[in-house]
Design a protein around this ligand. Structure first.
Ligand SMILES: Cc1cc2nc3c(=O)[nH]c(=O)nc-3n(C[C@H](O)[C@H](O)[C@H](O)COP(=O)(O)OP(=O)(O)OC[C@H]3O[C@@H](n4cnc5c(N)ncnc54)[C@H](O)[C@@H]3O)c2cc1C
Length: 408
């Protein structure tokens, strides 16, 4: 879009049949429902993404007014982290952390220490766990709040995730009430995000060629400049480099139930974070759109494991999800759905992205020919982790670099 706006004639070469990459959707044949490969959350701090959505008229996004993070575990039941809007965010977070079940003054004080620490420079290689230990963050705060944020934002548990990037996430996300709130798409990503972007790019004069896998850089012979907008491992393959690019898996277990009440969370926040899992009520999330109707009134839930370990079978995952859901619904709906009686999904589908995101590592910059600009997903310590926002920023920066080179 940026290059076309500047009067150039860019061509996007996309290997897949449709553009969208990791934010693609597919038509689930059993339910006739357009389904996201994996549900995506936004945060208010995604400033460049928000500007892009606005600019392209992509308005199928719902935002919380202020942050509400619903949490649940088997012993304490449902609770939530919702800093009150009438206090400045930092004070509201301290107040709210102190009131969480099993927390108290120690958590409030640790929030204050974290608020100061995120402004300091951190060693490039420290892990989140080491950093939190150095700040004496008590276990309840680390486990209930910081570990789920770390897994959700960095796709990595605290003992391996990079502290400098995590501190950046906290600094940007908790800059104020507007930044901290969550947002989600109210239609499948292919329609809510990709279609408006592709429409605008084409209107500006860009060409999108699908089913156009590039096998070698030398195959592109007719371009003045080439932008590599790929995950680091795909870039390395294209360049013939044998460089490491750590990735982690995300598993999305899509479940469709008949006659199941909505997920017991405030309608503004369609998920529950529990032990690295995120539960989305897709039907509620897409309440205003046609999708739930298309699914014949089925309730579509998605259990996301944002740091999926060893692959396990679909039946084992469905059974585990049923136990979790039974406990969650029972503690919220006065045991109307007993553990044994908890319904079986009428349809289940597992989408496991083995290389869901490239991890934050000190990725070396590969040597590139003069006409190539690198916009790959290869986040370094202190940078934002692999997210939609990082992708948008990489794209904007690559466009600037292209224009500079072409004019220089
Ligand atoms: C399950 C899941 C959940 C996620 N959840 C979130 C979330 O909640 N919030 C968030 O902000 N981010 C989330 N992310 C991360 C986010 O989706 C990615 O960081 C972002 O989409 C990266 O965009 P990209 O354009 O850089 O890369 P991609 O989306 O990977 O696009 C690269 C494109 O290049 C194409 N390609 C690859 N090789 C070639 C080749 N040789 N020739 C031509 N084309 C090629 C691919 O087909 C692909 O379309 C999630 C990711 C996954 C997988």
């Amino acid at each position: 879009m940026r290059l076309a706006e500047a009067g150039l004639a860019p061509t996007l070469l996309e290997a897949a049949p449709e553009p969208g990459g990791r934010t693609r959707s597919f038509l689930d044949a059993a339910t006739g429902q357009w389904t996201d490969n994996g549900p995506h959350l936004l945060i208010g701090a995604y400033h460049r993404t928000r500007a892009l959505l606005e600019e392209t008229g992509a308005s199928d996004v719902r935002w919380q007014n202020t942050l509400i993070l619903p949490l649940w575990d088997e012993t304490r039941g449902r609770f939530r982290f919702a800093p009150p809007a009438w206090l400045p965010l930092a004070a509201g977070m301290m107040w709210q952390a102190g009131l969480l079940p099993g927390h108290g003054v120690a958590s409030a004080a640790a929030i204050a220490r974290l608020g100061l620490a995120i402004r300091r420079r951190l060693p490039a290689h420290a892990s989140v766990r080491e950093w939190l230990a150095s700040l004496d963050v008590p276990a309840p705060l680390a486990n209930d709040l910081l570990a789920p944020i770390c897994l959700g934002a960095m796709n990595e548990p605290p003992h391996t995730a990079n502290a400098a990037s995590f501190a950046r996430v906290l600094r940007e996300a908790f800059a104020g009430h507007d930044s901290a709130r969550l947002g989600w798409f109210t239609r499948p990503l292919s329609q809510a995000l990709i279609a408006p972007l592709a429409r605008r790019a084409k209107r500006l004069g860009a060409t999108i060629q699908t089913r156009a896998r590039v096998r070698r850089l030398s195959d592109i012979t007719d371009a003045d400049i080439v932008v590599l907008a790929l995950p680091a491992h795909a870039r390395n393959r294209l360049l013939g480099l044998d460089a490491p690019a750590d990735t982690r898996a995300i598993a999305n277990l899509h479940l469709w139930f008949r006659d199941l009440p909505p997920l017991p969370a405030p309608p503004a926040a369609p998920f529950i974070g529990v032990r690295g899992r995120w539960l989305f009520d897709i039907s509620e999330q897409m309440h205003d759109s046609d999708s739930p109707r298309e699914a014949g009134g089925l309730r579509h839930l998605c259990l996301v494991d944002s740091a999926d370990g060893a692959p396990s079978s679909l039946p084992a995952r469905v059974e585990e999800a049923r136990l979790l859901l039974a406990a969650l619904y029972n503690s919220s709906y006065d045991s109307i759905l007993g553990r044994r009686a908890f319904p079986r999904p009428v349809h289940a589908r597992l989408v496991r992205e083995a290389r869901a995101t490239v991890q934050v590592r000190p990725h070396p910059q590969p040597p590139l020919p003069a006409h190539v600009v690198d916009a790959s997903e290869a986040p370094r310590p202190g940078e934002l982790p692999a997210t939609i926002e990082l992708a948008v920023r990489r794209g904007e920066e690559a466009a600037k670099a292209c224009l500079e080179r072409l004019s220089g």
